[in-house]
Write a protein that binds this ligand. Structure first.
Ligand code: CA
Length: 231
């Protein structure tokens, strides 16, 4: 059974949409605001239905955190504002869809089924596919990381040249964002346990990464290590 997480602050609409999705045999969990939805990101449902305009944490922020946790996670966006829809289309995300309000609940059911089929075709429900046709990129505002192509682009779309070690460091930091990482820990993760050297190389590499990605939200925790700050 597919698990669908629905985030919508309008109570009536939330109830109607949940009822329609449940009628299809899907397991639906509803959230009335972004903050409660955020705490469920790590549960990795099969699909998110996200309203953009939400009190507290908005749909864009939720989307960023969902994708940072699991880039292949499919999301259907809903919004009444043209500006939101334009922005969503501009994101060119590979495993997502959107609906402009107002829409018929039936339309959401159709889009949901299509997206589930597209993403999970040939896979048993509840399992992430090993490979998606088009892997979405990871957004670490204002940068985009393509893990498969091992490239980083900035907000203008221009490529930032990183060495292989710089890229590995970036991925490691991003995949542990919010956590304070000791130099020693970073050293082992990026250079391997056999590396023979001091953790000064971590500082040097961080310095180079910061020079190339000046807007990276990476904090120095003095006397300890580093932490990627949530956008
Ligand atoms: Ca709303």
């Amino acid at each position: 059974m597919y698990r669908i997480y629905l985030v919508e602050d309008e109570e009536h609409l939330r109830g109607v949409l949940a009822a329609y999705l449940e009628k299809e045999g899907w397991q639906v969990r509803s959230f009335a605001d972004g903050t409660s939805a955020r705490s469920a990101i790590s549960e990795r449902p099969d699909l998110w239905v996200l309203d953009i305009m939400l009190p507290g944490v908005d749909g864009y922020q939720l989307m960023r955190e969902i994708k940072a946790d699991q880039p292949a996670q499919p999301v259907i966006f809903i919004s009444a504002r043209d500006a939101d829809i334009d922005r969503i289309i501009g994101l060119e995300l590979g495993s997502d869809d959107y609906l402009a309000k107002p829409f018929l609940p039936r339309e959401l059911v159709i889009r949901t089924r299509k997206l589930l089929e597209r993403v999970y075709a040939g896979h048993s429900s509840g399992m992430m596919p090993a490979m998606l046709e088009r892997r979405p990129r990871l957004n670490v505002a204002p940068y985009w990381i393509d893990e498969q192509a091992r490239t980083v682009t900035d907000k203008d779309g221009s490529k930032v040249d990183l060495t292989s070690k710089e890229f590995e460091l970036l991925l490691y930091l991003v995949s542990h964002h919010g956590q304070v990482l000791e130099r020693e820990q970073v050293l082992r993760a990026v250079w391997g346990i056999d590396y023979f050297g001091t953790d000064r190389v971590v500082d040097d590499l961080v310095r180079r990464l910061r020079r190339k990605l000046p807007e990276l939200r990476l904090e120095t925790v003095y006397g300890y290590g580093y932490r990627m700050v949530k956008a």
